[in-house]
Write a protein that binds this ligand. Structure first.
Ligand code: HEM
Ligand code: HEM
Length: 179
């Protein structure tokens, strides 16, 4: 099928990439300033913002993955085989980690007896029952993946800086507005 975007990333892929980048930056900031979630914590303030921004990230990462599968973009021909392999692994790890983070956070939220609401507009159905052990464990895994995802983001951004400042190739330009 001629679904491949031979010329590179289109506007939709670029908008979704940078929108999710901004939402993740906001989410990491909220995650680090919100109170540690324990028995006494209330579902309000920064904690409630964390769930809404997280639900928005889930919405956009699902749209983005769907778009990505329908509009594959070939890797830049000038990349060495090891660069193609490493960037391919990193990109799929980023997609899957963001998706996993949101689903684990959703289950963890329900296990504490709260609903996940997208800015009060839509309430997501509960994934885990209140008080469930596995839902609580999802929260523990979520807290570990915070660092794993951050590690892949650092790797990804370092690669972008390397291509831009050292290799001077078209990699970064492909994800910027325009051509
Ligand atoms: C990719 C998106 C997300 C990022 C980057 C993120 C980041 C974080 C961070 C930094 C923390 C604090 C960890 C700690 O205290 O050590 C946290 C905790 C938490 N997040 Fe998220 N989060 C994301 C998505 C979500 C979503 C979608 C939900 C729910 C709808 C959610 C629910 C929670 C809960 C319940 C906790 C406390 C977990 C526990 O201690 O049991 N998160 N998150
Ligand atoms: C300053 C931050 C960032 C920069 C400069 C940047 C840059 C880029 C560039 C240049 C590409 C295109 C690579 C290519 O030629 O194939 C790309 C792709 C990608 N970026 Fe980022 N990025 C950033 C942040 C992020 C973040 C936070 C995520 C987390 C989800 C992310 C996820 C992805 C993914 C999954 C792709 C692969 C797209 C695809 O082919 O499916 N990026 N990024």
């Amino acid at each position: 099928m001629a679904l491949t975007e031979a010329s590179g990333y289109g506007a939709v892929a670029k908008i979704l990439h940078w929108l999710i980048f901004i939402l993740l930056a906001v989410q990491y900031a909220i995650g680090s300033i919100m109170p540690h979630i324990g028995r006494e914590t209330l579902d309000e303030g920064w904690v409630s913002w964390h769930f809404s921004v997280g639900a928005a990230i889930l919405l956009f990462i699902v749209i983005r993955l769907g778009w990505r599968l329908l509009h594959p973009v070939p890797q830049l021909e000038t990349l060495a085989p090891w660069e193609k392999l490493l960037s391919g692994i990193t990109h799929w790890a980023l997609y899957l980690l963001v998706l996993a983070m949101t689903i684990l956070g959703w289950a963890a939220t329900n296990s504490r007896g709260w609903d996940v609401k997208l800015f009060g507009l839509v309430t997501l159905p509960p994934l885990a029952p209140k008080g469930s052990k596995w839902g609580h464990e999802c929260g523990d895994i979520h807290n570990i993946l915070v660092y794993v995802l951050f590690g892949f983001i650092v790797l990804h951004v370092t690669a972008a800086l390397y291509h831009y400042f050292v290799k001077h190739d078209r990699v970064v330009a492909r994800m910027l507005p325009g051509r």
